[in-house]
Write a protein that binds this ligand. Structure first.
Ligand SMILES: [Zn+2]
Length: 167
């Protein structure tokens, strides 16, 4: 199941016309009845011939809303729910951490607290041997799973599937 949704438009300083924002939402069937959610966004140019930006842009869209530049096409509550599901469930079949590591937000742990959370500053991208704060391959204190050593599957809740189907 794959859907292309026109979620809204964004006002920019560059162009007179606002730019269309679309989302491609897909639930893929994997082996053993596993379902994987994938969401990608696109902000189109005024002629709709190419994109200005695209991919994992849920933060960008959330910023447009916060800045008052977003003009909804779908109801704003639906758009916010899509962003919430996007952040939480995108690629739920490719989890580097176990449920405990996810609950403790290992992906948000910084090597250097005074700097932003860029790829270079994410503790999960460094082994403990490379950096004392590194978390890559570090075992979970609860289940012993070593972070980043396989892709784990996190089942997609029925509620999320039915919401996506209703769009
Ligand atoms: Zn664990």
């Amino acid at each position: 199941m794959k859907k292309k949704l026109k979620i809204g438009r964004v006002k920019t300083d560059q162009y007179k016309r606002s730019l269309l924002i679309t989302c491609e939402v897909e639930i893929r069937e994997k082996e053993d009845n596993k379902k994987e959610l994938s969401i990608c966004g696109n902000v189109w140019n005024t002629k709709h011939t190419d994109i200005e930006t695209g991919g994992q842009i849920s933060d960008t869209i959330a910023a447009y809303i916060a800045e008052g530049r977003f003009i909804p096409i779908m109801p704003i509550d639906t758009v916010k729910k899509i962003l919430e599901i996007w952040d939480r469930w995108h690629l739920n079949a490719l989890r580097a951490g176990c449920e405990h590591q996810r609950a403790e937000h290992w992906e948000a742990i910084k090597l250097d607290d005074s700097k932003p959370l860029t790829m270079d500053n994410m503790a999960v991208w460094k082994r403990p041997g490379e950096n004392p704060k590194g978390l890559l391959t570090k075992p979970c204190p609860v289940c012993g799973y070593k972070y980043g050593t396989s892709w784990l599957y996190e089942p997609l809740p029925e509620e999320v599937i039915s919401f996506i189907n209703s769009l």
